[in-house]
Unconditional design. Structure first.
Length: 197
């Protein structure tokens, strides 16, 4: 109880020696950051709490209960980073290992994929994507597989294209079906996705 009210000084260290530099750059001790936000979102989702990334009273109550009971996350830690320079690619890193690197497509110049780091906020196996094309026409694509939304309407997902590695989407990160199927189980709510040049 005393530690919850007046926590002792702690020390942060990375668990694995080969942390991607993109992930390492996101962490600043004692400062709010996307690493913490994503972890809180994952914890909230796993505990059937409202997922907002803010460690409020209910989050702390559940966190302290887990700490007292010595319950730990056993699913490991995943991170995704996307290189938007050509040839474009996605890399999935999990628990100290690169699981997959795949060609992928990001947004066309008229609908670019925003650079930055974002936590996954919706994770669905199959869905319909609808919206407006840059020319004002509308699209309605049912049956899109392995969707992990990370920034507004932008998501990692499978898409049928004749080639991958160049800007072709409307802001999403498109992957070949086999790569998307492998990535999807590693991108639950809270997983960080970095889009970089």
């Amino acid at each position: 109880m005393r530690a919850a009210i007046n926590p002792p000084n702690g020390r942060f260290s990375w668990r694995y020696p080969n942390i991607p530099p993109e992930l390492r750059a996101l962490w600043t001790a004692g400062q709010p950051n996307q690493v913490t936000r994503g972890a809180v979102m994952l914890f909230e989702h796993d505990h059937a709490l409202a997922v907002d990334g803010l460690p409020g009273k209910r989050v702390w109550h559940a966190l302290l209960a887990d700490a007292i009971a010595a319950r730990r996350n056993t699913s490991g830690y995943s991170y995704v980073y996307v290189h938007s320079s050509i040839p474009q690619s996605l890399t999935l890193w999990h628990d100290g290992q690169t699981i997959l690197t795949s060609p992928g497509n990001t947004g066309v110049p008229a609908a670019p994929t925003q650079l930055g780091t974002f936590p996954v906020f919706e994770h669905i196996p199959v869905g319909t994507m609808s919206g407006t094309n840059p020319d004002g026409s509308h699209y309605h694509d049912p049956g899109i597989r392995y969707i992990s939304y990370f920034n507004g309407g932008d998501a990692i997902h499978a898409f049928n294209r004749s080639s991958f590695g160049t800007p072709q989407s409307l802001g999403c990160v498109e992957l070949p079906l086999a790569a998307a199927a492998k990535v999807w189980p590693y991108t639950p709510i809270g997983t960080l996705v970095t889009i970089e040049n």
